[in-house]
Write a new protein. Structure first.
Length: 543
């Protein structure tokens, strides 16, 4: 049951990527708007996950799980029926996100209650494997349903799954604190504001520019460009400052004897800190790559959603196999070794994808690179949840689950925002450089083209770009040149985005060296004090 909920939560973060083109057409919106919806969904979860975990401590984990599922189901139904991108953002990015912040920490906390010892460790590994399967299945399910029916069916089906889960949620063993804590409202506001400012600023790099302003935040008709620079670095700095105040506030709350939203000592546990750092880099790579690949297949190669899902199938198959094998490997070798091997697969495969991306697809090398990427994700994702949750006792499982959920969704937010920003910025810069370097285009026309696209070029199909150029009334030779430049710029931008993703694989490898070096089997006898009578038979909760 908990595994099914985990599958749905992760599925929802990847299922939309292959449906971008149809969503754009259906809701009459743009790729950046859909990118914003994808990012805001994970941003809402990252910003409020700690709050969701604390509410689980206050209400009881099973009750929080039930309430979260109800809210999530309402959001899924709203998304399925959304007539505009604004309603889509409200239902998906907002309501579903709020539901998920209650569900995800409760999954980890209830697993700690319903299992113990080696059985609990295997349950966490299984949840990691299920997360990998959900991420892998998202593009395939999304592609098939979008092509055969409509993307709306995916969200309608999620509503049905939630209703089924609500009918059997009473089978999960409950977990309540003897003395329920109070909610630190100041901490809630500071953590949400700090994370929100930071990730939102990164999302807007492609629109506002990183340093030199290509657009601007406009308030009351006034463009905000501090010292003539983009507002982005100032927003990122403000977000980090707010997060600094958050941690100071939490220390103050704890010194007063009250209950903080996040106890500072939690992040001082070396194993947990290494696991969380690796999780952020892992999910950044996953979300960023899953944002880039569908755009390449759909907008450059002209594939539909189903063809996109089938082309990405090697990722799905390899990820499912590796995620399933991960828990077994954890009984024979150390989590550190499994994660390092997985990240090695990721590095080689990401570089392989860079080499194979071109206007005409080289199927076999592309498929092999995708399979290696899937295997790498599957191996690492199957280990990290157990690494984090086994670093604390059962009494802090909800808190650790909230931090893990926040890290996952922060990584996904940053991945979609950062890799998307690199992609769109690279596209605009590459196109401008090619136009300005072409002596066949008159200087006046060059400046008009550059000025007209200074705020950033959208990522559209070749047919859409050609139609736009034709409407400009330029000579046929210039139209052909501009179309060629746009295509070349798309390819280069996609490769730049994947290069940045590969750099974060190296970041992951740096943190992975601090992960536990003992195999799971060596911890078989360890039990963190959960009475056997208080937990159901294996499979009741996770299955």
């Amino acid at each position: 049951m908990l595994g099914t909920a985990q599958f749905v939560m992760v599925l929802d973060s990847t299922v939309m990527n292959v449906s971008i083109s149809q969503v754009v057409a259906d809701l009459k919106t743009t790729v950046p708007d859909v990118q914003a919806a994808i990012t805001m969904y994970t941003l809402v979860m990252a910003a409020f996950m700690l709050t969701g975990a604390k509410l689980g401590d206050i209400w009881g984990r099973r009750r929080a799980f039930s309430i979260g599922l109800t809210v999530y189901g309402a959001g899924s139904l709203t998304t399925a029926l959304s007539p505009t991108v604004g309603v889509l953002m409200f239902g998906w990015s907002g309501v579903e996100g709020i539901g998920a912040v209650l569900v995800i920490p409760a999954i980890f906390a209830l697993t700690a209650v319903n299992y113990s010892g080696r059985e609990r460790a295997l349950a966490y590994a299984l949840l990691g494997g299920i997360a990998g399967a959900g991420a892998a299945a998202g593009p395939l399910i999304g592609g098939f349903v979008t092509t055969a029916l409509t993307w709306r069916v995916v969200f309608a089906a999620e509503t049905v799954v939630v209703l089924v889960l609500l009918t059997v949620v009473h089978r999960i063993g409950e977990s309540r604190a003897e003395r329920p804590p109070t909610l630190d409202w100041v901490g809630v506001g500071l953590s949400a504001l700090g994370l929100g400012l930071t990730v939102f600023a990164i999302l807007k790099i492609s629109t506002w520019g990183l340093l030199t302003p290509t657009g601007a935040l406009t308030i009351g008709g006034t463009e905000i460009t501090p010292f003539g620079l983009s507002v982005v670095p100032f927003m990122i700095g403000a977000g980090l400052i707010v997060l600094g105040f958050f941690f100071r506030w939490e220390e103050r709350v704890e010194r007063r004897g009250a209950t903080p939203l996040l106890r500072a000592d939690l992040l001082k546990i070396p194993q947990l800190r290494a696991g969380l750092s690796t999780i952020v880099s892992q999910y950044l790579i996953l979300a960023g790559t899953f944002f880039v690949l569908p755009l390449y297949l759909q907008l450059v190669l002209g594939k539909d959603a189903l063809e996109t899902g089938l082309k990405i199938l090697p990722i799905s198959v390899a990820m499912m196999l590796a995620a399933t094998a991960g828990p077994r490997l954890a009984t024979r070798t150390s989590p550190r070794r499994v994660v390092q091997v997985g990240l090695g697969f990721l590095l080689v495969s990401t570089l392989g994808l860079m080499a194979t991306i071109s206007p005409s697809l080289s199927s076999l090398p592309f498929a092999l690179s995708l399979a290696g990427f899937g295997a790498g994700i599957g191996l690492t994702i199957s280990q990290l949840g157990n690494i984090v949750m086994s670093s604390v006792g059962q009494e802090r499982s909800s808190e650790a689950g909230g931090v893990q959920g926040a890290s996952q969704n922060l990584g996904q937010s940053l991945g979609t925002a950062l890799i998307g920003a690199v992609l769109l910025t690279g596209l605009t810069t590459g196109f401008h450089n090619r136009v300005l370097a072409d002596p066949a285009i008159p200087p006046q026309t060059q400046q008009q083209i550059v000025s007209g696209t200074e705020a950033g070029l959208p990522m559209v199909s070749q047919a859409q770009f050609k139609a736009t150029v034709e409407q400009a009334g330029l000579p046929a030779s210039q139209q052909a040149s501009l179309s060629a430049y746009y295509n070349e710029s798309q390819i280069d931008a996609l490769k730049q985005a994947l290069l940045v993703a590969s750099a974060f694989v190296l970041v992951g490898l740096w943190f992975a060296r601090l992960l536990p070096g003992e195999a799971l089997a060596k911890q078989e006898g360890e039990d963190e004090g959960v009475p056997v009578a208080a937990r159901p038979a294996a499979g009741t909760a996770v299955g």
